[in-house]
Design a protein around this ligand. Structure first.
Ligand code: PRX
Length: 632
């Protein structure tokens, strides 16, 4: 498959072509994939109704592209290299042949238990090969996977299962994360009390903690795979059939199920993988994300496998057994491409250079960054200590909703600039608008980032609620997809993402909705009201600052604080725990009852003067109290 851009001039030409003739551009790329039947129409779209269809009428199955088509040419090459949590445990390799066989076998297990095309399957697993196998097995038979990150609570799992009405769950007894063993199955059991739609639960063995197995509902993965054949023809899918749902947080309400479909997502994740990282035959690609997030879906599983790459799947955490673990993995597996998040870089930087110095990182060719803005200090450390100034850094901007990378350098093609995502990839037409929605033309401007034309990986709908998709992404600015991000375009036309402009916080590269955290806190006994804002955090990028009103004076305020943290952990998961809690007697509200978050944000950032106009507040006195009790 030859999809790669080879020079900056080539990029400029391809970009131009993709804008002048988007359909022709993407049709040419799509020809490189295996289709059972060709599509009838390359693109149909309407941003007013949030409807996009790519390659309509085309018949295919993504697993035939990710697995079957490689068997003849690279069946014995490693598809997945698995590095376990404990470095003294052996790593394992699954060749394309073995992965194909295991996916087909597990797909037959799903079929045996009645799973049909279009059924929704919830996957809640550790980062072990069975997770990738489960994902691909769903895709093989046309079932829709909804992977839930292993750090989410029972309540969050239940919300996601119920929203999608999943009828089968795939999980594991537990997971290893550093020196911790996390009981996944028992969390899932707690969730399932609220989920009548789930009829079967398949449990893979990992930690061997005792688990309760319900007769008639729960089944062991290892037993089930012994009962079926390893031959499983792929289900024929329409390009616009749903491939997966992935829940993500927004500014309001509960997380929404972002829907991606088979054809466009396949083309887009593969094309962007091949180009941005400039993967070469035989290289090893190490994306450190969890498959529970979009980065793992697109750049551990689908993009690399459709391109015939070797993808490394790491179970553990960057600091176990010590802060040199990533570098040990790079040395051990001769990793060529490392793709990680600024949070990880900042955290490893904080442990000191002795963990990276002296490690053999000579195999590295390309470094990637994703999930949040990368600050210059982290960029330089990554460039010097990890890349030894020999590896281009691709700072990739994109979102769960975009399916794949959108604004990013192409390794060794696009000249980079620290902290800039640089230029749009071919097929991506960004623009900046002001508050009123007027386009900011020319360079040296900043505003809200929108996209004016569909690309194949664009979100198709929010599961079960299309209107929410219309409202969230296509209504703020008429005729445009609104990203929710602020952005600056410098004098060279380079893009730099400045962060969310809505009520979404980005904590360690994880998207967290302020409303979601407030709802969780408000469930705690005695809490009258709460308001959440983000503030700059040295390691996490942003931290969570909570202002909370209690119904009465608390006897033991530290205990109350801990209880509230426990409530958030129980309702959402530990990633949503506030870093700072300030108890207040009131919140700054306008006369119409709206919380003035601007003031809360400023105080959380440590700003006590220049709070702007507070004359419209119902009770301006609360501001003085808030400043007084500010948590440093
Ligand atoms: O604010 C942007 C930030 O992460 C958001 C998307 O989060 P999520 O859907 O969870 O996907 C994360 C992985 C793709 C964006 O709206 N973001 C992502 N990449 C960058 C970024 N901010 C700055 N620079 C980036 N490279």
């Amino acid at each position: 498959m030859n999809l790669q851009i080879t020079s900056f001039e080539d990029y400029q030409e391809k970009y131009q072509h993709s804008v002048e003739d988007p359909e022709g551009f993407w049709a040419e790329i799509a020809q490189n994939f295996y289709w059972r039947k060709p599509w009838k129409k390359t693109l149909e779209w309407n941003f007013e109704t949030a409807e996009t269809k790519w390659f309509k009428g085309g018949k295919m199955n993504i697993t035939e592209n990710a697995l079957d088509r490689h068997l003849a040419t690279r069946g014995d090459q490693p598809a997945i290299v698995f590095e376990p949590n404990d470095p003294s445990d052996e790593s394992t390799t699954l060749t394309y042949k073995v992965l194909h066989e295991r996916v087909c076998t597990f797909a037959n297990v799903l079929k045996k238990h009645g799973v049909q095309k279009g059924d929704r399957i919830c996957i809640y697993m550790p980062m072990i090969p069975e997770l990738a196998i489960a994902v691909l097995a769903c895709a093989r038979i046309g079932a829709i996977h909804s992977v839930v990150f292993g750090g989410f609570s029972a309540q969050s799992i239940a919300d996601r299962i119920n929203d999608a009405q999943c009828n089968l769950v795939i999980t594991a007894d537990g997971s290893f994360r550093g020196n911790k063993s996390i009981p996944l199955k028992s969390t899932m059991d707690d969730a399932l009390i609220q989920c009548p739609s789930v009829k079967k639960v398949i449990v893979a063995t990992r930690t061997r903690v005792p688990v309760s197995m319900l007769k008639g509902r729960d089944l062991w993965w290892e037993e089930e795979v012994k009962t079926v054949s390893s031959v499983c023809p792929a289900e024929e899918m329409d390009a616009e059939d749903i491939l997966f749902i992935l829940y993500t947080s927004g500014s309001t309400g509960k997380p929404k199920g972002v829907v991606h479909t088979c054809g466009g997502y396949m083309i887009y994740s593969t094309y962007t993988f091949a180009n941005v990282f400039q993967y070469q035959e035989g290289q090893t690609h190490f994306c450190t994300a969890d498959i529970g997030w979009i980065t793992g879906h697109s750049y551990i599983v689908y993009g690399p496998l459709c391109y015939g790459a070797t993808t490394l799947l790491f179970e553990g955490v960057p600091t176990y057994p010590d802060a040199g673990r990533f570098w040990d993995i790079v040395t051990k597996h001769k990793v060529d491409i490392l793709y990680t998040a600024p949070t990880a870089i900042r955290s490893l930087m904080g442990f000191g250079d002795e963990f990276v110095e002296g490690k053999d990182l000579s195999s590295l060719k390309v470094l990637g960054s994703v999930g949040e803005p990368i600050n210059e200090e982290a960029w330089h450390w990554y460039n010097e200590k990890v890349g030894h100034k020999n590896c281009p850094i691709v700072d990739t901007w994109w979102q769960t909703e975009t399916g794949g990378l959108m604004i990013s350098p192409i390794a060794n093609v696009t000249p980079t600039k620290p902290s800039y995502a640089t230029l749009p990839l071919p097929g991506v037409q960004p623009l900046l608008v002001d508050e009123k929605g007027d386009e900011l033309v020319g360079n040296g401007v900043s505003g809200n980032l929108c996209i004016r034309f569909p690309w194949p990986g664009i979100i198709r709908t929010t599961y079960g609620d299309h209107e929410r998709c219309v409202q969230t992404y296509f209504s703020t600015y008429k005729g445009l997809y609104f990203t929710g991000d602020g952005c600056l375009r410098d004098e060279d036309g380079y893009y730099r993402i400045t962060g969310r402009v809505d009520d979404v916080i980005n904590v360690s590269g994880h998207r967290i909705g302020t409303a979601e955290v407030e709802n969780a806190i408000n469930m705690h006994l005695g809490v009258v009201e709460s308001a959440i804002v983000g503030y700059p955090h040295d390691i996490k990028g942003q931290g969570i600052y909570a202002y909370i009103i209690m119904d009465k004076e608390q006897e033991d305020i530290d205990l109350t604080r801990r209880d509230i943290l426990a409530t958030v952990t129980r309702i959402i998961g530990p990633i949503a725990k506030p870093d700072k809690i300030q108890f207040v007697s009131g919140l700054p509200k306008t006369r119409s009852g709206k919380i003035m978050r601007r003031i809360l944000r400023k105080v959380a950032e440590g700003e006590t003067s220049n709070l702007g106009d507070i004359s419209t507040l119902l009770d301006p006195n609360v501001v003085a109290e808030i400043i007084d009790g500010m948590v440093k």
